[in-house]
Design a protein around this ligand. Sequence first.
Ligand code: DGJ
Length: 757
Amino acid sequence: MIYVKDNLFALHTETVSYVFRATDSLHLEHLHFGRKITVDDRSIPALMEKQEFLTGGLNSYDEEHRSLSLENYMLEMSSYGKGDIREPFVEIIYEDGSSTSDFLYDGYKVMHEKPEYETLPGSYSDYGRSEQLVIYLRERYSGIVIELHYYVYERCDVICRSAKLRNESIQTVNLKRLMSAQVDFDDSDFIFTHFNGAWIREMNRVDNAVTAGRIVNSSYTGTSSSRANPFVMLSRRGTSQNFGECYGFNLIYSGNHYEAVDVGSFSKLRFVNGINPQGFSYVVGPEEYFEAPESVMSFSKEGFNGLSRNMHEFVREHIIRGTWKYKERPVLLNSWEAAYFDINEEKLFSLAEAGAEVGIELFVMDDGWFGERNDDTSSLGDWEVNEKKLPGGIKGIADKIKQLGLKFGIWVEPEMVNVKSRLYESHPEWVIEIPDRNHSEGRNQRILDMGNKDVQNYVIETMDRLFSSADISYVKWDMNRTFTDYYSKNLPPERQGEMAHRYVVGLYRCIKTLTGRFPDILFEGCASGGNRFDLGILCYFPQIWASDNTDAMCRAEIQEGYSYGYPMLALGAHVSSCPNHQTLRSTPLETRFNIAAFALCGYECNLCEMSENELDAIREQIELYKEWRSVLQFGDFYRHDGTGAGNVSWTCVGKDKKYAAGLLFQGLAQPNMPDKRFVACGLRPDAKYHFYNRKFKVMEEFVSMRVDTENEDYHVYGDVLMNCGVRLSQGFAASGYNERVRVFPDFASRIYFMEEE
Ligand code: DGJ
């Protein structure tokens, strides 16, 4: 709900309010973001900052407002140069070389339709009214306009913000930064949480106590990056999974991003997010405009789980779109870890055949099928089949796979080119590299200049041809390097600072066109795993390969990291073989499945080399996953507190709360420890549930025999499961074993099911 009265603006969701006002000096004063409050125009005097006399060392805004210091004010947006020395929202260099801006309130509009952005993807609503508030600010001297856009998603307690700069002046300006959101808080007693990592080590939660100064989370890899995901949180000290106040912020953008927390001299905390200003500049001429990506903001007083529930619902309802939005995702078998580049029709067919026998629904042919692609040194850009490997072409292999009753999917990496390729030879001008300079290369490949329309058209047309050449049901769209040597051969020197952003906009044009032309194909984003896991990609591709790390223990932590900001419906997770190819660790096959089952479960291993026991186990896993995937893919996901380092525990509850699945995973075993309880989350307290564990064989590689799991079977109310928990069977402790003992070695796990009776 949007309330506007006499320069007071209040945006309300079901439990959250966001309030600001236009002041007499025509600045926007931020008044509140957090728990829901009731405000009207008479509330302003109680909420506004009081500044009677300017204190020493501060600058007054102008002659008419002598006591107004912008340095000590909560601002809805801050421009550079009029006394506010904290992180600015906007920075512009004018034709005369000056860089001071003075944007002042110039009106508002409330709208009930959300128009699409011209250049970027955004949130959308296909239920109810989507309410939008637009605030207009005009720069006092040049006349340049900034529009602040706000969208309210009541049910999931999310408010989105974005900004658009329209140059209504007669000068050409250089835009150095335009943030997407700025939120000022009255105090700085917060923990700033971000998720950092690297390839095969994505999404480690990092908690920083905010004191004074600046903390920045950002990427300059050209992608949203596995180094620093754009999802961040601010929370009050002591916030746990289910209790405490916290804020979450994300960005609907796939390029270089920036999230900063800045505490000024008066202990007020400013949060900003948007495109990373490092290396960025954009020339905006008269009548031209620039759109900043949408920022997503949410608040919960119910701890991190509350915040995650808001974000999950928002992503499921207002980001993911198209045919696959509500459709159960298939169990796939991917050829990569089974065969790497060494593929041919016979091998792929045998693998798919083994997959069909255990219940796989979709077979994905990964890298290696085109050009002279026998390793990563050649052929990217030449998207024609290697007929030595696939004599019947893509159609030949696709048809054969279809005859097995499986759908067929393919891997592509359209944004890239190898120097060893026909494309590079014929179009060196399409490649990001600085002429006559040594190029720093990643994975032996270079990046196409996606900002160039000719490159976009090439990508669209070659992919269109490929996707139409056979019955293709799934596409894995990969992107395997980060940017160096930023330079577009298609842009003049003064516009080189635009390259990275133009790349992202060009990419969006390509994937929007292709997903529009092939609405039924299930697209999965990938960038060496999670190097571009963000809401921009999720606007087009309903799922993303979360990490090239398929080790169950690492995956438990990586998936838990993602779960803070993203629903499990967005995360690809595969069962692979052991010793694991990334860590060389061996974990039980059942644990590999149990972890993958809490996201989009697939397989990535050579089924042709597996024992009968393993294949039987996989057949049972897939059958079970199909039975439970509506809950596991679309349910509400909860993390549990107090699991101890290296362990995780989760509950995933179906929408109607009739069915739930819980996970208990242990890193390293400690014998003779206190027995464990399983404490669930999110159930109906007054409903009675049948609680039981998934039965399987504890595999022989860990004990000399294949033993059955213990039997847990209870009938209890939801409040017992949530407020007290189930005391599990005694863990094995070297003093005896029978069928009531829980054999729980290193990397063991259990799934518990809860069904309403
Ligand atoms: C990187 C991806 O993350 C892998 O899953 C695989 O597709 C390889 N690229 C193929 O080159």
